[in-house]
Write a protein that binds this ligand. Structure first.
Ligand code: WQD
Length: 339
C-alpha cells in the first residue's frame, strides 16, 4: 500500500485529495499547522472512507517537528499543498508569503532527500501566468506572476526544477490549478475559508445561505459577453483525481513536468450565480461594485497536455459544482467549526 505524505492535508484541496488517495488504496499521513483549516475534517474523511489519516500538527517551518514525521515512517511520495494562498493578502504581507511558502518547502525538500523520498507532486497555480495570459492558457504560456503569492509558486517550481536536475532520482509533477470549486458529493466536506472568503464560490454559497448579506460582483464592465469576469471553474474532486493521475504518471515524461488542471472552458460570474440559483433554488443577493485591483477579464485553461500525458480529464461541470457546493453549505452553514 503506497504511503503518501500530504502537507496541508486538512485544507480544502488537500482534504479532498486525501479522499481520492484513500479510496485508491493509499496510506495517508497529513501534516498541517491548522492556520487556515480545521482538524474536524479528519473525522469527515473517516466518515466518508472509513479511514482516518495519521495526523501531525506541524508547521513546515518547524524543521525539527517535520523531521520527526519523516523519522516516524517512510513515504513513497509527497503531495505538497501547505502554504499561504490569498493573492490580496500576499500584496500586503509579501515577506510572510516568501518566508512561509519558500522556507517551508526548502525544509520539506531537505527532509525528503535525507529520507530518500524522491517523488513530489506540487500544488502550483494558474497565477504563475499572470495578467498577460491569453486564454486558453497552455503550459508554454509566458510565466509572469502578478502577485507575491503567484511569485512564490513560480519560485518553488524553479527550485524543484533545479533539485530534479541535480538529482536524477527526484521526480516532480507541478500542477497549476485554475479555479477550484465545489465539494465532495456527500455534503460532509467542502470549502471552509477562515473569515470573509476571497474566492467567488464560497461568497456565492455564503450569500445564498445568509451567512453574507450579499455577493459583491467585482465589475460588470469587462470586455466579456455579460461584462463580468470569466474563469475556469474546476470541481475539487476532479482536481483531487488529477493528483492521483499525476502520481501514477510521474517521471514518465522526464524528471519534472508542469500541467494545467482546468475544465478548458470559462464561465462568467453571472453565469455561476444563475447556475447556483438553479441548483439551490435560492436567490443569490448581489450588487455590482468596482473591479477588484489585479483581476483580469478572462482566464481559462487549455488542459490538453494533462488530458494526454496524465490520461486525466475534468468530468464535473458547473451544475455539479453548484449542486455539491449547496449540499455542503446547506448542511454546514457555519462550516466545520459550526458543526
Ligand atoms: C473569480 C471571479 C472575480 C469574489 C484566485 C486566486 C488564486 C487561485 C484561484 C489558487 C473573478 C469574481 C470574486 C467576489 C467577484 N487559487 N469575484 N466577487 O481571482 O480568479 O483566482 O483563485 O491558486 O488564489 O488568484 O478567483 O474566486 O477570487 O474570482 O465578483 O466576492 O469572481 O472578480 O472574476 P481568481 P476568485
Amino acid at each position: 500500500m503506497p504511503s503518501i505524505l500530504v502537507t496541508g492535508g486538512t485544507g480544502y484541496i488537500g482534504s479532498h485529495t486525501c479522499i481520492a488517495l484513500i479510496e485508491n488504496g493509499c496510506d495517508v499521513t497529513v501534516v498541517d499547522n491548522l492556520s487556515n483549516s480545521s482538524a474536524a475534517v479528519l473525522d469527515r474523511i473517516k466518515k466518508i472512507t472509513g479511514k482516518k489519516p495519521l495526523f501531525h500538527k506541524v508547521d513546515l517551518l518547524d524543521a525539527k517537528g517535520l523531521a520527526a514525521v519523516f523519522k516516524a515512517r517512510a513515504f513513497d511520495a509527497v503531495i505538497h499543498f501547505a502554504g499561504f494562498k490569498a493573492v490580496s493578502e500576499s500584496m500586503s504581507a509579501p515577506l510572510d508569503y516568501y518566508h512561509n511558502n519558500i522556507a517551508g518547502t526548502l525544509n520539506l525538500c531537505r527532509l525528503m532527500q535525507a529520507h530518500d523520498a524522491s517523488t513530489l507532486v506540487f500544488s502550483s497555480s494558474a497565477t504563475v501566468y499572470g495578467d498577460a495570459a491569453v486564454s486558453p492558457v497552455t503550459e508554454a504560456s509566458p510565466l509572469a506572476p502578478a502577485s507575491p503569492y503567484g511569485r512564490t509558486k513560480l519560485m518553488i517550481e524553479m527550485i524543484l526544477r533545479d533539485i530534479a536536475m541535480s538529482n536524477p532520482a527526484f521526480r516532480v509533477s507541478l500542477l497549476r490549478y485554475f479555479n477550484p470549486a465545489g465539494a465532495h458529493e456527500s455534503g460532509l466536506m467542502g470549502e471552509d475559508p477562515r473569515g470573509t472568503p476571497n474566492n467567488l464560490m464560497p461568497c456565492i454559497s455564503q450569500a445564498a445561505v445568509g451567512r453574507l448579506p450579499r455577493l459583491n460582483v467585482f465589475g460588470n464592465d469587462y470586455p466579456t459577453p455579460d461584462g463580468t469576469g470569466i474563469r475556469d471553474y474546476i470541481h475539487v474532486m476532479d482536481l483531487a483525481e488529477g493528483h492521483l493521475k499525476a502520481l501514477e504518471h510521474i517521471g514518465r515524461t522526464g524528471a519534472i513536468a508542469a500541467y494545467n488542471l482546468g475544465m478548458g472552458q470559462g464561465h462568467s460570474v453571472l453565469e455561476l450565480i444563475a447556475a447556483f440559483e438553479n441548483a439551490s433554488g435560492r436567490k443569490v443577493p448581489y450588487v455590482f461594485t468596482r473591479r477588484r485591483p489585479g483581476d483580469v477579464a478572462v482566464l481559462y485553461a487549455d488542459p490538453a497536455k494533462a488530458n494526454a500525458e496524465l490520461a486525466w480529464k475534468a468530468a464535473r461541470g458547473i451544475e455539479t459544482i453548484c449542486t455539491d457546493t449547496w449540499r455542503w453549505q446547506k448542511g454546514n452553514p457555519e462550516g466545520y467549526e459550526g458543526s
